[in-house]
Design a binder for this molecule. Structure first.
Ligand code: ADP
Ligand code: MG
Length: 242
């Protein structure tokens, strides 16, 4: 028997003030796979992620993690019990806590009681020497590395990332993307990464979910979307990639 996908989203719909923002969105992500939800600003990417995280509620549709129902219109597992990690643009590090306690935050206990796991992760994001630093003492790229370690510390089944690289200096971005990808692959987490940049999706995704005006227009391997775009608008969207 094959195991169910790590994350499965079925027929998700959400509207605000009568305006449909997410419309009948369905997809699944396997363990060790990076799926990129790609589309222009305002197309409903963050809303989709917030519903999966449990900080917003859908009008209809269901979400499953490892085949287990996480929420539908009548049943709802609270966000902290979904085994879903978050790395959002506006989900910053805690300024009053050192790096060590930031990474330990999602674990039971503090840094002292989780030394092994915290140090292992900091080593893998090359931040060991910043164990006692505070967030304001770090560069944007360094803060982003700590945020990744913090998100992965509790070993989430699924990691949701909302434009995690958009605040970073362009010169650093490719390097951090590659490092992030290799760490995610080592951990075997199922990842749903939101981006509006086609080149980021082409670089990082195993699967692209191309979104427009609340709908998934096309989904598949990056190569397939690039070579056989669903329509002229999709072709234009990918045409800037070098
Ligand atoms: P994206 O992340 O793709 O840029 P969003 O999911 O943030 O898009 O937003 C999609 C649309 O839904 C936008 O038009 C946005 O203004 C609207 N929207 C998002 N959240 C709310 C809300 N809480 N109330 C009303 N409208 C919202
Ligand atoms: Mg967004």
């Amino acid at each position: 028997m094959t195991s169910p996908p790590r994350l499965e989203v079925q027929n998700l719909t959400r509207s605000f003030d009568g305006r449909s923002v997410v419309e009948d969105v369905s997809f699944s992500v396997s363990a060790g796979q990076v799926a990129c939800l790609l589309g222009p600003s305002g197309c409903g990417k963050s809303t989709t992620l917030r519903i999966i995280a449990g900080v917003d509620i859908q009008d209809s549709g269901s979400i499953f993690v490892d085949g287990r129902l996480v929420c539908d219109t009548v049943f709802r597992v609270p966000p902290e019990r979904r085994a879903i990690g978050l790395m959002f643009q506006d989900f910053a590090l805690f300024p009053h806590l050192p790096v060590s306690e930031n990474v330990a935050f999602g674990l039971k206990g503090n840094f002292q009681s989780n030394r092994g796991r915290v140090c292992e992760l900091l080593e893998r994001v090359h931040m060991t020497e910043h164990l006692d630093s505070y967030p304001h003492e770090l560069s944007g790229g360094e803060q982003q590395r700590v945020a990744l370690a913090r998100a992965l510390a509790p070993q989430p089944r699924v990691l949701l990332m909302d434009e995690p690289f958009s605040g970073l200096d362009e010169r650093l971005r490719d390097g951090i993307r590659d490092e992030t990808l290799s760490l995610l692959k080592e951990e075997g987490t199922a990842v749903l990464l939101v981006t509006h940049e086609p080149d980021e999706a082409m670089r990082m995704a195993d699967q692209i979910l191309l979104m427009r005006e609340g709908r998934i227009m096309q989904q598949g391997a990056p190569y397939n979307l690039y070579n056989a775009p669903v329509d002229r608008q999709a072709a234009a969207f990918f045409s800037d990639i070098n």
